[in-house]
Design a protein around this ligand. Sequence first.
Ligand SMILES: Nc1ncnc2c1ncn2[C@@H]1O[C@H](COP(=O)(O)OP(=O)(O)OP(=O)(O)O)[C@@H](O)[C@H]1O
Ligand SMILES: O=C(O)c1ccc[n+]([C@@H]2O[C@H](COP(=O)([O-])O)[C@@H](O)[C@H]2O)c1
Length: 198
Amino acid sequence: MYGFPVAKSGQVIGLLGGSFDPPHEGHVHITKAALKRFGLDHVWWLVSPGNPLKKNGPAPLNERIQAASAMMQHPRVRVTGIEAQLGTRYTAQTLQALQRRYPGVRFVWLMGADNLAQFHHWQDWRWIIDNVPIGVIARPGDRIAARLSKAARMYAQSKVPSTASHMIGRLPTPAWSFVNLPMSNQSSTAIRARGEWK
Ligand SMILES: Nc1ncnc2c1ncn2[C@@H]1O[C@H](COP(=O)(O)OP(=O)(O)OP(=O)(O)O)[C@@H](O)[C@H]1O
Ligand SMILES: O=C(O)c1ccc[n+]([C@@H]2O[C@H](COP(=O)([O-])O)[C@@H](O)[C@H]2O)c1
């Protein structure tokens, strides 16, 4: 349905993985901010076949990709179903596969503060932070939990100040940065609870 995006050696590509069940303006807002604040050439949305930590399955992948493509229209952003194409489910596997497939491309993993708070539960999370720069974006209600999280504490020495966040893709790993933006309180859970999605 969707081919693999093209990327040139030396480019810095941000990856925003998510269920996008449904996609919302918060995703658009953080993507545009990430392009600027993390010095990215492009962002790829990785619409996930299903979050390994969530019990309930999301809406069908093609419906989420369609909704995401309609919502995220920007010349430097691509909506993809790469994880389904690669057959990967865990982020560490996806990143390893992408690094093999795109030698010379620098990937930056993007996530909201809620995911930094949970990050130490992810499969091979230390491999991820040791090998891929991470850009974290503030989210209402999650900034403190993120700052106090196991990953933030263990990797405190590798934190790049937000004034240098635009360099993150070019720094040696481990490197992660937390940026504060005007925050969006949009969430897929709230949209589903209002009955505005499948
Ligand atoms: N309003 C927001 N502010 C900052 N980050 C966000 C926001 N909404 C989503 N994100 C981030 O975008 C990524 C994908 O999010 P996801 O598709 O899970 O949406 P969600 O709104 O968090 O969904 P759910 O409510 O079902 O958990 C995650 O890293 C998440 O932290
Ligand atoms: O790899 C893992 O163990 C892992 C655990 C939880 C979440 N993730 C990824 O984090 C991204 C955000 O997930 P979600 O469900 O909050 O949209 C998405 O790309 C998931 O695949 C990955």
